[in-house]
Design a protein around this ligand. Sequence first.
Ligand code: SIN
Ligand code: CO
Length: 339
Amino acid sequence: MQASLFGTLSPREFMRRHWQKRPLFVRRAVPGFAGVIDKRALAALALRDDVESRIVERRGRRWQTAHGPFEKIRIKRTNWTLLVSGVNLQVRAADELLRRFSFVPQARLDDVMVSYAAPGGGVGPHVDSYDVFLLQGPGRRRWRVLDKKYVCEPGDLLYLPPGVEHDGVALEECYTYSIGFRAPRGAELAAAFLDWLHERGLPDARYRDPGLAPVLHPARLPQEMIRFAFRILRRIRFSKGDVADFLGRYLSAPKPQVVFRRSAGTGAWVELDPKTQILYAGARFFINGEPVSVPQPRLLRELADRRALDAARLAPLAELVAEWQRAGYLHYTKKRRDG
Ligand code: SIN
Ligand code: CO
């Protein structure tokens, strides 16, 4: 069991007092945190078209943003920052960092963004729409959060609920790890749900009007047609189970740029690929946007929650495991990683 990230606060107390409510600063939340990636490797990720990245340069009180993928990156010495999103999908240790926040449901976890900043660098004052943990990597950064100031050193952690203005300026070359969350918006869910309903099949009937009489006002919408549309649309029904099915697929679906690569080999331990998302609701399972039914829900729940399991224990799910290995959704490894 790892120590609480919140010093003397337990995750339960943190959630009750701070989550979605108020900022928290924790000195040495991850003692000795040395980061998981350096600027060269970060710059190499920002050249790839399956990775989201941006460069922000400050000129006085103005910030200029350029979006990746970049053809070439020249790391500047001042007032410059490179930010790479989804580093957890590319670097195993960043995924492990994300999983340290597993006291929050996976459906709420988004990604680990890593920024490298030269002295004076930062993205400028802003608010974010989602909760974020800012974990300081190597180097120091000064944060202004509302009217408070914090100088973050390696391993210090700053939690910000949505909508709290903040501004981080690198005091020297430094790295910041943003553990970000997601929360679906109503309109976004509704639009995606309507697509799902469409895919599932909509009520159908042909409009007929054998009793139609000649009209005096040809531009007028026929009452009968309005009644027909109302009758048909009223037949669109859905249950809570349908909504759970939709939500599981929707939230477990990989981001558009994600690609899985076929995996092979064998080992004593099975680990989900960092890009794999398994969610469940009761006996319904969803892996990377697809529903699955299994004869052994308890076992699959354990794999989904822990993201790794002793290969021998997965024997009852052998066929599924083989299929998911071919799809690159999981991998065999020799031995269990710590953690
Ligand atoms: C940064 O790492 O510079 C920006 C992170 C943030 O403010 O959300
Ligand atoms: Co921010």
